[in-house]
Design a protein around this ligand. Structure first.
Ligand code: ED8
Length: 180
């Protein structure tokens, strides 16, 4: 934990706290997600382990890059160190563009869609087994300083082997569910 310096808190969610941090060794700006595992059930702890394992395996320019994980046993906290996305998330971008009536140009929308499909293609077409994100929404899509799209938050994702493909459970944010 001493390898990093906290710069500011970015936001909070059911998952814990996200902060902007600086890696002391080279000054690189990153974020960490701080989770208190002290009061978590075994199932919740297992979900964190699974998220970290999934993030570590994903290497794609359109997926939020995983850097490190730190376990602080004294405070029962785990810190997941990830790429900093200067442009924030797409849900906020849509909300502000709507409010300011400054609508996103069509080319940007196509570019976001195309980069998202490349990120999903890399998760779905892995030789080692598919990874399903299972909670795709604008709030889980980020933009870096160069407006590159980064798919994030694999907290509900799942690695599928051939036996588990049909063993679906309902997860995610139920905005819409098709009748079938
Ligand atoms: C509300 N407002 C949204 C925009 C800003 O949020 C940022 C800014 C830069 C970031 N670089 C990486 N992240 C990631 C956050 C995150 O999960 C938490 C999260 C998701 C969606 C919206 C906000 C957050 C918040 F908690 F950080 F605020 C990532 C993941 N799960 O992969 S990556 C940034 C978020 C400022 C707050």
């Amino acid at each position: 934990i001493e390898k990093y310096e906290k710069i500011a808190d970015i936001g909070k969610g059911s998952f814990g706290c996200v902060s902007k941090i600086k890696r002391k060794a080279d000054g690189k700006i990153l974020v960490w997600k701080e989770l208190n595992y002290g009061k978590m059930s075994e199932k919740e702890k297992q979900m964190i382990v699974s998220e970290v394992n999934i993030l570590r395996e994903l290497h794609h320019p359109n997926i939020v890059k995983y850097y490190d994980r730190i376990i602080d046993r004294e405070s029962s906290k785990i810190y997941i160190v990830m790429e900093y996305c200067e442009g924030g998330d797409i849900a906020t971008l849509i909300k502000t563009s709507k409010k300011e009536r400054n609508f996103l140009p069509e080319e940007i929308i196509w570019s976001i869609l195309s980069q998202m499909l490349q990120a999903l293609g890399s998760c779905h077409n892995r030789k080692e087994g598919k990874i399903l994100h299972r909670d795709l929404k604008p709030g889980n899509i980020f933009l870096d300083a160069n407006k590159n799209v980064k798919l994030g938050d694999f907290g509900l994702s799942r690695m599928m082997n051939t036996d588990s493909v049909f063993a679906y459970t309902h997860v995610g944010t139920p905005y819409y569910m098709s009748p079938e």
